[in-house]
Design a protein around this ligand. Structure first.
Ligand SMILES: Nc1ncnc2c1ncn2[C@@H]1O[C@H](COP(=O)(O)OP(=O)(O)O)[C@@H](O)[C@H]1O
Ligand SMILES: [Mg+2]
Length: 325
């Protein structure tokens, strides 16, 4: 099959991109596909031209942004739809539902899936939802990902600090602020693969034990990206050591959330597990990060699926969903 890997370029040079694109390409070549790249770098006309010229049968979508548009990822798949291209992962509607974390919760509520109680503070209006939130609270941008705008001061225990964070998110991130009850517990990610019969992979846990004394146990942006920081060095993803019953419950919640958010092909559900055994969904990541050593690929491997198999299975799922051949 002729597959085009769609990637975010960090400059106008095609080779300037996340290594995940090369890993996916290598896996697709091993799957005996014909593979080409198209880079996304802020020029919509060029993007459309390159996509049309590629004569692709399927786009493997790894793009997550367009310039600094808040809805860049949503827009890119919208363009793919309008060009009538077939692609892996979510479309604009699905992406929007998981990007807006308050909307996600409203969808989870219908299926009685637990989430942290919350309030939204928009830049241009009063509360959207809110009520009896109990301190401590966690303040984050409503529609960002990658822990953008999440530092150790995201965790607040008084009104003044909460307001400070809300205004900082309005002014510096230019997004609405989402204030949630802080869930003190273990952080668990469950990868899910599939459409009509999705499979949940073994839970991965974030081990916070290497964090400095007193540091909040959260995946801040430093913990995710600043490789030289104490937060990065002090956190690691490990296979969660859990009794079978709890593991099964986490996988069930992840599958329910995956379905509620209409995730297509693959995704990852981020959760917190309290000491009393309550499971709260923090967010659902449709088309999550596919790097070889990511939580998702690691949990697939633990479940007996090699990286090459995983990437080619995502293609097969998209092919089946689109009814190609
Ligand atoms: N309500 C919460 N309670 C406890 N920790 C939270 C809460 N919300 C977010 N966090 C912490 O912040 C991290 C990032 O939040 P998340 O909602 O997953 O945003 P992102 O889309 O940036 O990954 C989580 O992995 C978790 O460590
Ligand atoms: Mg997350």
């Amino acid at each position: 099959m002729r597959i085009t890997v769609l990637i975010d370029q960090w400059s106008d040079k095609l080779e300037d991109h996340d290594p995940v694109a090369d890993q996916v390409t290598a896996a697709l070549l091993e799957g005996e596909h014909e593979v080409s790249y198209v880079g996304v770098h802020g020029d919509l006309r060029k993007l459309v031209d390159n996509l049309e010229r590629s004569k692709t049968e399927l786009v493997f979508n790894l793009s997550e942004s367009f310039r600094d548009h808040l809805f860049g990822a949503v827009g890119i798949v919208g363009v793919l739809d309008l060009l009538e291209l077939k692609y892996t992962g979510g479309g604009p509607g699905e992406f929007y539902m998981q990007q807006d974390k308050a909307l996600t919760k409203k969808l989870l509520a219908f299926d009685k899936i637990k989430y942290p109680e919350f309030a939204v503070f928009s830049q241009d209006s009063d509360f959207e939802t809110g009520g009896n939130l109990r301190m401590p609270l966690f303040v984050k941008p409503l529609r960002q990902d990658s822990s953008i705008g999440i530092g150790k001061d995201a965790l607040v225990d008084n009104f003044r600090d909460m307001m400070k964070r809300i205004l900082a998110i309005h002014d510096k991130i230019n997004d609405a602020a989402l204030v949630e009850e802080y869930i003190d517990g273990r952080e668990i990610y469950v990868g899910v693969l599939g459409n009509s019969m999705p499979t949940a992979f073994p839970p991965i846990e974030i081990d916070f034990s290497g964090l400095p004394e007193g540091a909040p146990k959260i995946m801040s942006s430093r913990a995710k990206w600043n490789t030289r920081s104490a937060e990065y060095k002090g956190t690691k993803a490990v296979l969660a050591d859990l009794p079978d019953e709890l593991k099964a419950r986490l996988q069930k919640v992840a599958l329910d959330a995956y379905r509620a958010l209409r995730v297509r092909d693959y995704g990852r559900v981020d959760m917190r597990l309290t000491p009393s055994g309550d499971i709260y969904v923090l967010e659902v990541n449709a088309s999550c990060y596919l790097e070889k050593d990511s939580e998702f690929a690691t949990s697939a491997r633990v479940n007996g699926m090699s990286y090459v198999q995983l990437i080619n299975e995502i293609v097969d799922l998209a092919v089946e969903r689109h009814g190609i051949r």
